[in-house]
Write a protein that binds this ligand. Sequence first.
Ligand SMILES: Cc1cc2nc3c(=O)[nH]c(=O)nc-3n(C[C@H](O)[C@H](O)[C@H](O)COP(=O)(O)O)c2cc1C
Length: 343
Amino acid sequence: MDRSVLFTPIKLKNITLPGRIVRAATEYFCASVDGHVAECEYTVYQSLGRQPLGMILTGNTCVSPEGRSNLWQNALWDDAYIPETRRIAEAAQACGVPAVMQLGHGGSRGEGNNGGLRVLTPDCMTIQDIKAVVHAFRDAALRAKQAGMRGVMLHCAHGFLLSQFFYPAYNHRTDRYGGSAENRFRIIREIMEAVKNACGDDYPLFIKINVTDVDKTDSYYTDLVTVLTTSSDLLDAVETSGWDAIENGVARRPYFIDVVRRLHNDVEVTLIEVGGFRDAHGMLSALQAGASAVSISRPLLREADFATRIRDTVDAVSKCKGCGFCLNPLDTTTMIRCPFAEK
Ligand SMILES: Cc1cc2nc3c(=O)[nH]c(=O)nc-3n(C[C@H](O)[C@H](O)[C@H](O)COP(=O)(O)O)c2cc1C
């Protein structure tokens, strides 16, 4: 496979991506305390929008106040956030790359981050709480659509609320939201249906989900296959992350490629693989394994034009060393996430 394939369009169900390299959802941790977007964040999206990317996923944007997972997270829990969401959409999409908004609820990560509001976990939530969360995702998705986002992605990975529902270790419910794989996935399924009802069947919908649990068990994998098989009708694509989503150090190979290869054989759903892509070779191996696209986060923090380098330079390798500084609060006012990034 030639690396030019990374820059050819691919049609998903309801959206055509102009290329196969996606900007993975990446928070900049610089919003105001009430979740308003910082001025400097628009510049990042303008810059990303000029790159030969297939899609730009926004950072994890919170759907309700108690679900804040850090102190500087962007919000979309009220119509007041629509104009700034529109500015992100316009900045990112100025040159034709579609922007898709990632929506999330932090669940237990609300502790210490949600201004003292009640912290939600799968075990403590009433049916009313579950309904309220479903409605919060639905309403935020509709706002994203009104703001011009080309689709939404539900953050069902990395230990946030929806991810906790799906992990048996975090979900001990004995009602219809706990127990079997279908039950533990039910809240996600209900959100997907609510989003489709509100935004229309043809509004692009993605989920990001862990394809591994901490012990990489077969039972987790089998559960995943079960729920993805029954939900593929609603999804444009699934972004495949995992328990160890952000490995430190220089990435040697894409982390989840073996599971993606298996999933490609076991489920009829479009896959976008994320984690550890640092050169065209890794990206092409993911496409060969069955992914339709790949997504990258830290390489674009290090070099905003990394996708351009991949396109224009043979053997281009990311300068990201996986030092982990981008995950620490650096200077939240100037939004420098990578201290080594070229200006
Ligand atoms: C600074 C930073 C912020 C991130 N923010 C998000 C986020 O908002 N939503 C999400 O799903 N993943 C987030 N991630 C995880 C990335 O999307 C990605 O899954 C992970 O970094 C592995 O990809 P990489 O090796 O290309 O960095 C973040 C990662 C970093 C380093």
